[in-house]
Ligand binder design. Structure first.
Ligand SMILES: O=C(O)C[C@H](Nc1ncnc2c1ncn2[C@@H]1O[C@H](COP(=O)(O)O)[C@@H](O)[C@H]1O)C(=O)O
Length: 460
């Protein structure tokens, strides 16, 4: 058998790389290790700034040089960490050794023993994940969601007055407008977007079992909880004061549940648009040079929405699993979260890819107004609801004595095809007030959309 050259296993790192590359900046292993270096360096600065253990505060130049380790983190550090970890078999210890080596280069050997001081690996890891996940959400995933919402809102405005037969249960029903149906998704997505924007990013920094035991042993007089809080908050995170060895990951469960919820709303959008395309309400705009079917030359397939549908399912499967499993850790810690959290980027990556496809797909469709109008015009029986409701109002107002208007319209329309002429004749013969009758006689399926158009303004 021939040997293939080494290939990545995940399509996110293969054919979809371009769509998700910005996430890799934060949610890759390199992104995690860069954040670990950042936390180790900032802890060194926090300890020396406080003059703990007789240390002198670092000069601005020394601090800048230390922080440069984070901004310069690149292939050399990635390779060196791999080499160090091959010996330590401990990823966080490898980061500590890397920082210690750099302290030597910078002439800061005298504070080497303050590297990773009183810290357990999770102190470094939990802050690193909070930093990288919050950056990925704020810098990459939310901006892409915003682009989708903006595009969807623009299309909702564009189609706000385009009457469309609704299909509750897949059956002809009271019409709506295409724009109002898209606006519903904008409204739903914006609610979840706000929840995600407001998500907490908690961090703990309290040692091997969350008790500050090593800290107190080394310096009983220091106010370690306050130092810990100030340190966590200096990184832009929320302090978690009470944990086991690990940050409890509840903020992660909340975040992944919300993103998974957004995925499901987007999935609903993708399958609805797919259905509108299949009914001909949306035409797909041919893309120059693109092929639909390899054998049926006439076809344009809705591949953007199909790709999105599948990737949203994959994303939710991963994020749901993360949310479900990360919240438990036996006793004071088990290490299951370590390998699990390495898949956060995979969960977000499939969602980001789906957002990218939905965004493109929304730009490649146009409404077919002729078909929308023809569909409405061949379903006059849907006006049965309007007629029976008007009669009931007339009866209540004392202008009609028709008995059981609902039954009357049911008899006329249920399971039947009724045309305009039938309805006009029926309404003309009704014993109701003149104004109500005139109103009903001008009603058409396309005009029976209530306030659908103006409801789009509710988005503002
Ligand atoms: O500060 C500590 O390390 C305390 C220690 N708990 C640990 N906390 C965090 N990381 C640890 C821990 N133990 C191992 N490792 C290292 O985690 C890595 C796990 O690798 P993988 O399963 O691939 O994600 C892999 O690199 C492991 O070496 C404890 O004994 O409580």
């Amino acid at each position: 058998m021939s040997q293939l050259p080494p290939q990545v296993l995940s399509p996110l790192d293969g054919r979809y790389r371009a769509a998700v590359t910005n996430l890799g900046e934060y949610l890759s292993e390199a992104g995690l290790n860069r954040a670990r270096v950042q936390v180790e360096v900032e802890w060194l600065i926090a300890l020396t700034d406080r003059g703990l253990f007789g240390s002198a505060a670092l000069t601005d130049a020394q601090k800048a040089a230390l922080r440069q380790l984070v901004t310069d983190f690149g292939q050399a550090e990635i390779d060196e960490l791999a080499e160090l970890e091959a010996t330590t078999r401990h990823d966080v210890k490898a980061v500590e050794y890397l920082v210690r080596r750099r302290l030597g280069t910078l002439g800061l050997d005298h504070i080497a023993e303050l590297t990773h001081f009183a810290a357990t690996s999770e102190d470094i890891n939990n802050l690193s994940y909070a930093l990288t996940v919050s950056a990925a959400v704020r810098e990459v995933w939310l901006p892409k969601l915003q682009l989708v919402i903006d595009k969807l809102r623009a299309r909702a405005e564009e189609f706000r007055a385009d009457a469309m037969l609704a299909r509750t249960h897949g059956q002809p029903a009271t019409p709506t407008t295409l724009g109002k149906e898209l606006a519903v998704f904008v409204y739903r997505l914006e609610r979840i977007q706000k929840q995600i924007e407001g998500n907490d990013y908690l961090g703990k920094f309290s040692g091997a079992t969350g008790t500050f035991a090593a800290h107190v042993a080394a310096e009983p007089s220091a106010d370690w909880p306050t130092i810990s809080r100030e340190f966590v908050e200096s990184l832009g995170l929320d302090w978690n004061p009470l944990t086991t060895q690990i940050e409890s990951h509840d903020w992660q469960a909340e975040l992944y549940t919300r993103v998974s919820h957004a995925n499901r709303v987007l999935h609903n959008l993708a399958t609805d648009i797919w259905t509108y395309i299949s009914m001909g309400y949306f035409r797909q705009i041919p893309q120059a040079g693109a092929t639909g079917s390899s054998t049926m030359p006439h076809k344009i397939n809705p591949i953007r929405f199909e790709n999105a549908e599948a990737n949203l399912e994959l994303s939710s499967a991963i994020l749901d699993s993360l949310a479900a499993t990360l919240v438990t850790s036996r006793l004071q810690r088990d290490l299951t979260d370590s390998t699990t959290q390495r898949n956060i980027g995979v969960g977000f990556g499939h969602s980001l890819l789906a957002l990218d496809n939905i965004l493109r797909g929304l730009g490649e469709i146009d409404v077919d107004r002729t078909l929308l109008a023809a569909d409405l015009d061949s379903n006059w029986e849907i006006l049965g609801e309007a007629i029976q409701t008007v009669i009931r109002a007339e009866v209540t107002a004392g202008r009609s004595s028709i008995e059981d208007p609902y039954a009357l319209l049911k008899e006329l329309t249920r399971g039947k095809r009724i045309g305009q002429a039938d309805l006009v004749a029926f309404v003309s013969a009704l014993e109701i007030g003149d104004e109500a009758k005139a109103r009903l006689l001008t009603l058409t399926p396309a005009g029976y959309v209530g306030l659908a158009d103006s409801l789009v303004d509710r988005l503002d």
